[in-house]
Design a protein around this ligand. Structure first.
Ligand SMILES: *[C@@H]1O[C@H](CO)[C@@H](O)[C@H](O)[C@H]1NC(C)=O
Ligand SMILES: *[C@@H]1O[C@H](CO)[C@@H](O)[C@H](O)[C@H]1NC(C)=O
Ligand SMILES: *[C@@H]1O[C@H](CO)[C@@H](O)[C@H](O)[C@H]1NC(C)=O
Ligand SMILES: *[C@@H]1O[C@H](CO)[C@@H](O)[C@H](O)[C@H]1NC(C)=O
Ligand SMILES: *[C@@H]1O[C@H](CO)[C@@H](O)[C@H](O)[C@H]1NC(C)=O
Ligand SMILES: *[C@@H]1O[C@H](CO)[C@@H](O)[C@H](O)[C@H]1NC(C)=O
Length: 620
């Protein structure tokens, strides 16, 4: 009898063990972590109970910063040994002692203090609880209140992701929910161990022409902007060149009728990343298992170029130059003394005022776009239309594409002074700055692509032409020389109508000019016009030599081509060739105005073409 009882007992124990085994095998999360709280349950400080997300990443419960007797309800990373809080519920209203209860009351989550006073509440307007309401800590760290039978995120009654504290988690959105009018932003802790609202905020500002994130210091009700992200350009914020092509994080910026928001997600869920605003900085940290500490991925402000308004209007900051502030080409420092003493905040002013009708654009690449306070955006038009639109508005100072993907789409244009720009080593985007045509010279690397290409192409063609003529003539002369050598008398006169003395210091252009259709120019004149061939006037360089821009005393602008001394050609041959080129002149070619020979220097002087006039030549 006893044996039978024993067998019953054993099989009973065995089956219970089996049931447990099955539960553990098939519902590991359920058996290990509690991630929900029903309306009949509560969390109290004294019970030490917490909620843990099903994947064990986040934990929700009460905590007490070291040294203080104040209790807060919050969410932290469970696996990271360095205690890191992602969210705090009652940051500005702590529990004053270790008596506190979190529970569901009607359709609200409430945090009650010692005398059942409400310390914190989700403040939802009361509705009928038709179905039972539960609270759940989701795997992404979102603490939500929902009907127990509706897991869909659109049906959440309340979620902590809508009320960020100082940390942006993956899948959490920062920015405007246009349906509720709520702007979700980050606010720093007051200090390292005080979660109450601090004075630094990272906030999307949509009052600008294009939304930008701004790091704000709100000390004593004074709002001081510290750093701006630059507008989103389809791939990144132009002022935060996050490492592109990095496959671990995917950034998402959405702008539609429902929201203007930024978020990111991780492609490998074992790696954590968070964006946190603290004193004076916004930081992105990553945690790679099994590390015990967070790794700083990037931080703002990063360098000397980051503080706002370091370089004044029409100047940009560049880490690779000294001083860091640079006037845009076509602009000069407003206050030369301050500028020279490396105080760039007064910025730069135009060399030549805009003329409204005769203006063009200078392209600057890798730029963080200027402050968008005076910017307007039109997402429907392309770059070409954008340029036309900017040109047609005399107040327009600059334009750029709104979305750099697929060759550029959308148009941003500025009507005010351009402020707060920087040149990035990588990232950033093209910015087209309006200049008077007089300040735009050809061949500058920063100039607009199309014009640049046309000009280098036409220079290339004319040089080819000149060289082939020279080579041809040289060959002809060689042949004649050979003949002349055979017949030894009167060779010089036979070959040249003009015999040029070899040892002259320079050609005044007075004696022989009648015979030539081309004026000879004094070397001094050329030197003066190009300011001693200064680098500043240099507009191009090639195998043939260097091209300078110059201005004659009478104001005429010239392009001076200083043939390299590699050329072994003799003086009279050169003159012959020049005459030939002069005869070849055509309306659509850049006109050769003259030449100059001086002690081995051979110089060609062309009419200087503004890019606009060349454009109009080529495109009517
Ligand atoms: C809660 O934790 C504290 C400290 O770890 C401990 O002193 C206390 O006994 C715990 N309470 C319960 C109910 O487990
Ligand atoms: C708070 O509420 C609980 C449950 O409703 C009750 O048992 C307790 O006596 C209340 N405490 C005080 C101080 O009112
Ligand atoms: C809820 O409303 C009360 C009173 O209007 C307010 O003091 C409190 O800050 C609100 N709590 C939250 C979490 O918004
Ligand atoms: C970005 O977020 C929006 C909603 O906020 C979503 O519809 C879209 O699919 C997301 N895009 C990517 C690439 O994740
Ligand atoms: C994700 O990261 C973890 C930790 O570094 C690594 O062990 C794992 O192989 C990664 N998974 C994938 C799919 O790359
Ligand atoms: C240009 O700016 C001036 C002064 O700010 C303003 O009066 C004028 O209306 C503007 N013109 C256009 C076309 O916006």
């Amino acid at each position: 009898m006893k044996g039978v009882q024993n067998i019953y007992h054993y099989s009973y124990t065995l089956s219970i063990l089996l049931v447990f085994l099955v539960l553990i095998l098939f519902y590991p999360a359920l058996s290990i972590y509690v991630n929900t709280m029903s309306s009949s349950e509560s969390l109290t400080i004294s019970s030490n109970r917490t909620l843990v997300s099903s994947d064990g990443v986040f934990e929700l419960g009460f905590f007490k910063p070291s040294g203080l007797s104040r209790w807060y309800l919050g969410i932290w990373y469970k696996k990271v040994s360095e205690k890191t809080y992602a969210w705090v519920a009652n940051r500005d209203n702590p529990l004053s002692n270790s008596i506190g209860t979190l529970k569901i009351s009607g359709n609200n989550l409430v945090l009650l203090g010692q005398s059942n006073n409400t310390v914190w509440s989700t403040n939802r307007t009361r509705g009928n609880a038709r179905s039972s309401v539960i609270a759940e800590l989701l795997p992404n760290g979102n603490f939500v209140m929902r009907y127990s039978n509706n897991k869909d995120s659109s049906g959440f009654l309340w979620q902590s992701f809508d009320f960020p504290t100082d940390t942006l988690l993956p899948e959490m959105k920062l920015g405007y929910n246009l349906k509720t009018g709520r702007n979700r932003f980050l606010t720093s802790w007051r200090s390292y161990d005080d979660p109450s609202t601090g004075i630094f905020a990272y906030k999307l500002d949509i009052r600008r022409g294009l939304p930008e994130f701004i790091l704000i210091n709100q000390f004593l009700n004074q709002r001081v902007e510290m750093q701006r992200s630059g507008p989103w350009n389809g791939m990144e914020f132009s002022g935060i060149p996050e490492v592109q092509g990095l496959n671990y994080m995917v950034y998402n910026y959405t702008e539609n009728s429902e929201e203007i928001a930024y978020s990111f997600h991780m492609t490998n869920q074992s790696i954590y990343s968070r964006l946190t605003v603290s004193d004076y900085t916004v930081d992105r940290f990553t945690w790679i298992p099994p590390s015990s500490a967070w790794n700083l991925f990037w931080s703002l402000p990063t360098d000397v170029c980051d503080p706002l308004y370091l370089c004044g209007s029409y100047s940009y900051c560049d880490l690779n130059t000294s001083p860091n502030c640079n006037c845009i080409r076509g602009f000069v420092p407003k206050n030369r003394q301050q500028w020279d003493l490396r105080e760039g905040s007064e910025g730069c002013v135009r060399t030549t005022q805009l003329s409204c009708t005769g203006d063009g654009f200078l392209r600057l690449n890798n730029m963080k776009l200027p402050d968008t306070k005076t910017a307007t955006v039109d997402r429907r038009i392309d770059v070409k239309k954008c340029e036309e639109r900017c040109l047609s508005d005399c107040n327009c100072t600059s334009f750029a594409t709104a979305d750099v993907r697929n060759g550029g789409l959308g148009c941003v244009f500025w009507t005010g002074d351009l402020v707060e720009m920087r040149k990035q080593a990588v990232g950033g985007q093209d910015l087209y700055v309006r200049l008077n045509a007089a300040d735009l010279d050809f061949s500058s690397g920063e100039k607009r692509d199309r014009t640049g290409k046309i000009i280098s192409w036409s220079i290339g063609v004319s040089i080819m032409l000149i060289l082939s003529v020279i080579v041809f003539c040289f060959w002809r002369r060689r042949q004649k020389q050979a003949k002349a050598d055979a017949a030894p008398i009167g060779n010089q006169v036979l070959m040249n109508e003009v015999v040029l003395p070899r040892k002259r210091r320079f050609f005044s252009g007075e004696d022989e000019v009648e015979n030539l259709e081309l004026p000879l120019m004094e070397f001094e004149t050329v030197v003066t016009a190009t300011e001693h061939f200064s680098d500043f006037n240099k507009v191009g360089k090639g195998g043939f030599g260097v091209v300078y821009k110059g201005r004659l005393v009478d104001g005429q602008e010239i392009a001076v081509k200083r043939l390299s001394e590699m050329s072994t050609q003799g003086t009279d041959e050169f003159m012959n060739e020049v005459r030939l080129i002069a005869k070849l002149q055509h309306n659509n070619l850049v006109r050769l105005l003259g030449c100059c020979i001086y002690e081995g220097e051979k110089i060609l002087i062309y009419e200087y073409l503004e890019n606009l006039s060349l454009d109009s030549h080529l495109f009517g």
